[in-house]
Ligand binder design. Structure first.
Ligand code: PMP
Length: 459
């Protein structure tokens, strides 16, 4: 009797093999790789090319890192120059001409009033390490230990930064309401919502029975990024500055994601004109390579030598790439450009929302844009008047974007905010292509039957 051999499995394409090995070998905690099964092999500007030959418009941009997009010529040139010079690549925190140039360029971009009396501390190369450094600094300077942080915040994954992020529990962190317009914690939104949020904060600090001891500092994001693209109103930012200043509480602006032109100003604190006591900077300042610093008012510089050490605080290539990036953004007015183009994209997306009931809200500042996906047919839950978020539909939108060659991230409390963080070098045509692809993806996701979560299953 003839035995029929099973047909051999077709050979996996190279990129499929890579993806398969990744899923077998890498951690269950991996993140972006789960929803973006692509294998980038080449990239330039907004575009990434996968090993399968497909091209994608990258609106994730290294989670907001790539101010100039991928492999910008000025960045590559700066890196090559260091390599060709024979300069050491690893120098701990020693002084070098490359570092000197970086600090000079960085300080020239910072608000004058702040930079004129500031110090910089080079941190381990992730934003989260700089957040830890900021907390240590203000604790040493004030002798206090508590912190004020905001609901929905994201500051990183190391213990202290995580504790200050929304959703964490930590006895030393007092959580305050963030004045978001959509899903306002007070159900009123607008200026009244922001005023109430500020009043709440002030009352908490002044009420001797609030259970909130004088804190070492307040940390805030001028636009909450991972929390779902929630811009803080300028008036509220100024109130936070007044409230902290009059009570001698150092104000820490976490500009890890909002910095380097992203929101339409070089630094997002410039929108409100406030001068914080500490700025936490990372992502774009390294020109696509890892770099993180805190810059702070000199009077706070009371911590001891070695108070915040770390082996990798002297990445020369990142400093050179960062210097080139900062200078390019400054010289080419890319912050202003981000403001104008972002405004145009927000307007197009808002007009799109009229045809797509699943778009609950479109918001952002500059090229930090969020589109919140909701279930328009479901009744509002709990205290909200807005339709509930729809994580399943949002995931479908992300996949439909990917299949149309558009890479977007999901953020927000329930991963229902489609986030756009394109490079500041985005052209008008590219901006139109991004919006068009997102519009197609929304229509396709709405058409596709997607599993709805049972009511009340949202965390
Ligand atoms: N702060 C903010 C505002 C961030 O957006 C992030 C990262 N998304 C961090 C801190 C942490 O930075 P990193 O991932 O480099 O540790």
């Amino acid at each position: 009797m003839a035995v029929t051999e099973p047909a051999p499995a077709p050979p996996l394409a190279a990129h499929e093999g890579i993806l398969r090995r990744q899923s077998l070998r890498e951690s269950a905690a991996r993140t972006y790789a789960r929803s973006l099964p692509i294998v980038p092999v080449r990239a330039r500007g907004l575009t990434i090319e996968g090993a399968d030959g497909r091209r994608y418009l990258d609106c994730l941009s290294g989670a907001g890192t790539l101010a100039l997009g991928h492999n910008h010529p000025v960045v590559l040139e700066a890196i090559k120059k260091v390599l060709d010079s024979g300069a050491p690549l690893h120098v701990l925190d020693l002084a070098t001409p490359v570092k000197d140039a970086f600090v000079t360029e960085l300080f020239s971009t910072l608000p004058r009033e702040f930079a004129d009396n500031a110090r910089v501390q080079f941190c381990g190369p992730a934003g989260t390490d700089a957040v830890e450094a900021a907390f240590k600094l203000v604790r040493a300077a004030t002798g206090r230990s508590g912190l004020l942080a905001f609901a929905g915040a994201y500051h990183g994954m190391t213990a202290g930064a995580l504790a200050a992020s929304g959703g964490a529990e930590d006895v030393r962190v007092t959580r305050l309401p963030f004045p978001q317009e959509y899903r306002c914690p007070f159900g009123i939104g607008g200026e009244a919502g922001a005023r109430t949020a500020a009043h709440w904060t002030e009352n908490l600090l002044d009420d001797p029975k609030s259970g909130t001891p004088a804190p070492a500092g307040m940390i805030l994001e001028p636009v909450q990024g991972e929390g779902g693209v929630n811009p803080a109103p300028d008036g509220w930012m100024r109130r936070m500055r007044e409230i902290t200043e009059t009570r001698s509480i150092p104000l820490i602006a976490d500009e890890v994601q909002t910095g380097v032109g992203r929101t339409g100003a070089f630094w997002a604190v410039e929108h409100s004109g406030i001068v914080p006591d500490v700025m936490v900077l990372s992502k774009a300042i390294g020109g696509s390579l890892p770099l993180a610093v805190i810059v702070y008012r000199s009077e706070l510089d009371t911590w001891q030598p070695g108070a915040h050490a770390g082996t990798f605080r002297g990445n020369q290539l990142a400093m050179a790439a960062g210097t080139a990036t900062l200078a390019y953004v400054r010289e080419n007015g890319l912050a202003e450009r981000a403001g104008v183009l972002g405004g145009r994209m927000l307007a197009s997306l808002r007009s799109l929302a009229a045809d797509h009931p699943c778009v609950g809200d479109v918001r952002g500042r500059g090229l930090m844009i969020g589109v919140e996906i909701v279930d328009p047919e479901a009744r509002p839950q709990g205290t909200g008047t807005e339709p509930p978020p729809d994580p399943v539909l949002a995931a479908a939108v992300q996949q439909e974007c990917l299949s149309r060659g558009l890479i977007v991230e999901l953020g927000g409390r329930y991963s229902t905010v489609v986030r756009l963080l394109p490079p500041l070098t985005l052209t008008d045509e590219q901006a139109t292509a991004v919006v068009d692809r997102l519009a197609d993806a929304l229509a396709a996701a709405e058409r596709s039957p997607h599993r709805r979560l049972p009511t009340g299953s949202l965390r």
